[in-house]
Design a protein around this ligand. Structure first.
Ligand SMILES: Cc1cc2nc3c(=O)[nH]c(=O)nc-3n(C[C@H](O)[C@H](O)[C@H](O)COP(=O)(O)O)c2cc1C
Ligand code: SF4
Length: 446
């Protein structure tokens, strides 16, 4: 179970829209309790005061950026979704695949606050003129699946889903779909293929899902946390939402940040967007006794390593991007001084190699090759030239060379590990060091 590590006194409706309702014992907030705490009030407001266009404009002004890792503006995405006369009504898909290494934030929302997600999806359906929603959930999230299924049944019985939602004359329902546990299913177009019962390979873009997605219809894919932010924007307005980040970031709202690794209190906190790494580490009680921080990943395994001095930066999409990494999911993984960066890089690349869908050559062949090189360096059996080769593999895996962002995501920790910790990689080189091995073996001698 994912747990929020903030006292209830701190989690107030006016400052903590994602977590103020959570029970201290981690039990889910089901319909009655949810309704007592402003639950579904945003849907009532949308039906009485808003149109699709005004809702999307509000979201754009709020500057809610996608929390699935890419940081794309949710309002802009919705404004690009095809709708209108002659265009079929499509789908809202909630991406609940959450297999990013070191990430466990969506799980908290799914297990403990399922109605907030349903409410966000209803608003997304209303704004994008969809008639069906799907929650695509990681197969291992068994407890979350049970809770979400119960919440869907409650919402349907209470008239928030199904025919004539809340007497509005508009039909919209949501189904839960559990995946079979592949990281690539989190990539939005691979997810759509998987939802359709096909092999989970990413699709070429364009067309983007907003034009032609699931079963060829306009489809909006958003992350769990993104969708859970929408009700508060609709209920309290864009200015209020912007103010939640307290001037710490140009982005609006709060963020579910987390910390894992050798800290005293690993866990999750809802904090203003743009909170610094130092403030977050302090929340986690600092490093465990006897350990100092060597490096950290800002938002999952597909982000680049940063140094301790980068902890003073705001954890938001633009700031962390300028520092050469990515905010990703915003759950930082700390690495202590006694941990090997070479081993960590090997571990991550093994994961990415295993999870490649195999469509593009740099990803299918380059990732296993990088694993072999890293294994050799880890065992102290690397050869001269291995580090340069790894660096050139990272370039070949980079942006623009593959169909999806899986390979560029895998390249980030690799390239940054070598950039900041080249000496550790060099310590793994033994063969080919001496003069006797320095020159290539003459062909005739083989
Ligand atoms: C390999 C890979 C895995 C991904 N996994 C997830 C995931 O588990 N959850 C998620 O929300 N987005 C994931 N994404 C990003 C999605 O493709 C997509 O951008 C996101 O769901 C859009 O939602 P947002 O705009 O609300 O962030 C992944 C992307 C890639 C390339
Ligand atoms: S980058 Fe990798 S995961 Fe993405 S489409 Fe190509 S082979 Fe598949």
């Amino acid at each position: 179970m994912s747990r929020i590590l903030q006292d209830r006194d701190e989690r107030r409706p006016e400052t903590h829209p994602l977590t103020f309702r959570l029970n201290d014992d981690g039990t889910p907030v089901m319909l009655d309790a949810y309704r007592e705490q402003q639950g579904y009030a945003s849907v009532e407001r949308a039906f009485s005061d808003l149109t699709s266009k005004t809702l999307i404009d509000e979201l754009k002004t709020a500057n809610l950026r996608g929390r699935g890792g890419g940081g794309f503006s949710a309002g802009l995405k919705w404004s690009l979704t095809m709708q209108g006369e002659g265009i079929p009504r499509g789908y809202i898909v909630c991406n609940a695949d959450e297999m990013e290494p070191g990430t466990f934030k969506d799980r908290l929302l799914l297990e403990q606050q399922p109605h907030l997600l349903i409410e966000g999806m209803i608003l997304a359906g209303f704004a994008n003129n969809a008639y069906q929603g799907y929650i695509f959930m990681r197969g291992e999230y068994v407890d979350a699946a049970r809770t979400v299924q119960r919440a869907l049944e409650e919402a349907r019985a209470a008239g928030w889903l199904g025919r004539d939602v809340a007497g509005s004359g508009w039909d919209f329902d949501i189904a839960l779909h559990t995946g079979a546990g592949r990281y690539i299913c989190g990539e939005e177009t691979a997810l759509i293929n998987s939802l359709e019962g096909k092999r989970a390979s990413p699709r070429a873009k364009p067309p983007f899902p907003g034009q032609s997605g699931a079963w060829g219809k306009p489809t909006v894919v958003n992350n769990v946390e993104t969708l859970c932010n929408v009700p508060s924007v609709v209920l309290h307005g864009a200015d209020w939402y912007q103010g939640l980040s307290q001037g710490k970031s140009g982005d609006g709202g709060t963020k579910l940040y987390g910390v894992s690794g050798k800290v005293k209190r690993p866990g999750l906190w809802e904090l203003p967007m743009g909170t610094t790494g130092n403030e977050l580490l302090e929340r986690a009680g600092g490093m465990r006794d006897g350990h100092t921080l060597k490096t950290w990943l800002p938002g999952g395994g597909s982000t680049g390593f940063l140094l301790p001095e980068h902890l003073e930066l705001a954890l938001d999409f633009d700031t962390i991007g300028k520092a050469g990494s990515r905010l990703g999911t915003g759950l930082i993984a700390v690495v202590a001084d006694d941990q090997s960066v070479v081993s960590l890089a090997r571990n991550l690349e093994e994961f990415f190699a295993r999870e490649s869908c195999g469509w593009c050559t740099p990803c299918r062949d380059g990732l296993p090759w990088s694993v072999k090189l890293l294994q050799a360096l880890e065992a102290g059996e690397g050869e001269r030239g291995d580090i340069d080769l790894l660096e050139s593999l990272a370039v070949d895996l980079g942006p623009g060379r593959t169909f999806c962002a899986h390979a560029p995501g895998a390249a980030m920790p690799l390239a940054s590990a070598i950039h900041y910790f080249r000496d550790e990689f060099e310590r793994g080189v033994t063969r080919g060091q001496g003069a006797a091995h320095a020159d290539p073996i003459p062909v005739g001698s083989i």
